[in-house]
Design a protein around this ligand. Structure first.
Ligand SMILES: Nc1ncnc2c1ncn2[C@@H]1O[C@H](COP(=O)(O)OP(=O)(O)OP(=O)(O)O)[C@@H](O)[C@H]1O
Ligand SMILES: [Mg+2]
Length: 397
């Protein structure tokens, strides 16, 4: 798939901007702070309904405005789709497909297939586990939009269950509380099992691509891997960090991966029962996918805390490339190639790695690259150059 036209109204620094694009490589060049990332962020938001830079919508609205509009024309084979998203201050965002009636924002998920790599991705290695869970869930939703509902069901039950645990901690825990908690346990076990099942399957698909992308990007002396650690296994301590690791930790995951959603539901119910006393003491849900970890491994050490700066970059980049390959060979998206966005990546890489990355991505259906300095872009990525100037695009809009 490729993005043929992007139009933004009151999004970030832009009052109005129109960007026309074609398949192949496009490099957006412009000085720091000119608005290159803002353009890429808009495409990312259309695909995931979240920004890679901020966790709330407010900064996405141009200063002093109440509504931003992202409109994109996407071309897939012979077919083109116009998808629009209205971001509203103080009320629900709304989507629109092919100029039809307004739909929920969630209904546009799965239309724009893209993978975005940006410097913020360093948090995938360095940051807390929530970054890695979010990485998995976002990819999951782009592959299977119905999992947006799985996620929000889970989050809703988790919130209600936490509220109950908290109240039980402060007041007296009555038989009435106990019965309600049993009900929440059932709901959370089911939604949690669906999420865990999907995540385990996804990690399995990501793993070989992660390994090969890392090998291609680097000289191949270290192997990159990822291991999912579920709180069901009891290998995480209460703060979400790795505790005494079971020697057979990855076998434990292997075993979970073979279980059905029903069997995982059963496991959660048992795990909730086993941890109920502790949960009542702490007033919070301790077991569930909201506390799981995707551990990234380089060679024999965890990437977090051990990887060098360059290794961290390569690892993050490899994770995004792995997402790209998983999306690429996903039959459910009809094999539609995702748009590949590389925001500010080349400046950070040495010449060798620039070349290698360029060679890997050059064959993608559409690659959008941003750079402050044209010279940072390797020759292998010869393509169209777009100059970003104050308030818009040079020669367009
Ligand atoms: N909500 C907003 N309203 C108006 N301007 C905004 C808003 N949010 C960000 N900006 C402006 O957008 C600019 C940042 O744009 P952007 O991050 O796209 O720059 P860039 O071209 O990617 O720069 P760099 O090369 O440094 O990465 C800043 O000048 C910032 O003040
Ligand atoms: Mg930028």
């Amino acid at each position: 798939m490729y993005l043929e036209h992007l139009s933004l109204t009151d999004f970030r620094s832009y009052a109005q901007v129109d960007l026309k694009l074609g398949p192949g490589v496009t490099v957006l060049v412009g000085s720091n702070g000119i608005g290159k990332t803002n353009l890429m962020e808009a495409i990312g938001y259309l695909a995931t309904l979240s920004s890679h830079r901020v966790s709330t919508d407010a900064p996405l609205l141009r200063f002093g405005t109440e509504r931003a509009l992202i409109r994109a024309k996407l071309v897939r084979g012979e077919q083109s789709t116009v998808v629009e998203l209205e971001i509203n201050a103080g009320r629900a965002n709304r989507g629109r497909i092919n100029r039809g009636n307004p739909v929920r924002a969630r209904d546009i998920l799965g239309i724009c297939h893209m993978v975005l790599f940006a410097p913020e991705d360093l948090a995938l290695v360095k940051g807390d586990p929530s970054n890695r869970r979010r990485f998995l869930d976002e990819l999951l939703v782009s592959l299977m939009p119905m999992h947006a509902a799985t996620r929000s069901d889970y989050d809703r039950v988790l919130k209600q269950r936490n509220a109950l645990l908290k109240s039980a901690r402060t007041g007296k825990f009555t038989a009435g509380h106990e019965a309600t908690l049993d009900v929440w346990d059932q709901h959370m076990a089911r939604a949690g099992a669906e999420l865990l099942h999907a995540r385990l399957e996804l990690v399995e698909r990501l793993r070989p691509h992660l390994k090969s992308a890392y090998a291609q990007l680097t000289d191949g002396t270290k192997e990159a891997g990822a291991v999912y650690r579920s709180t069901i296994q009891g290998v995480l301590d209460d703060d979400g960090g790795p505790a005494e690791r079971l020697d057979e930790g990855s076998d434990g995951v292997e075993e979970l991966r073979l279980l059905s959603v029903e069997q995982l539901t059963e496991r959660y119910i048992q795990a909730f029962a086993a941890s109920r006393r502790k949960e009542l003491e702490r007033g919070i849900s301790l077991v569930g996918p909201h506390r799981d970890e995707l551990e990234l491994v380089l060679g024999h050490a965890p990437a977090k805390g051990y990887a060098s700066h360059g290794e961290t970059w390569s690892m993050c980049l490899s994770l995004r490339l792995a997402s790209y390959y998983v999306m690429l060979d996903d039959t459910r998206t009809g094999g539609s190639a995702p748009i590949l966005i590389l925001d500010d990546v080349f400046a950070e890489l040495d010449v060798q790695r620039r070349r290698k990355l360029a060679a890997i991505v050059a064959g993608a259906e559409q690659v959008l690259v941003t750079a402050a300095v044209d010279a940072d872009i390797p020759d292998e990525l010869a393509g169209r150059r777009v100059k970003v100037v104050p308030g818009g695009i040079d020669g367009e809009g």
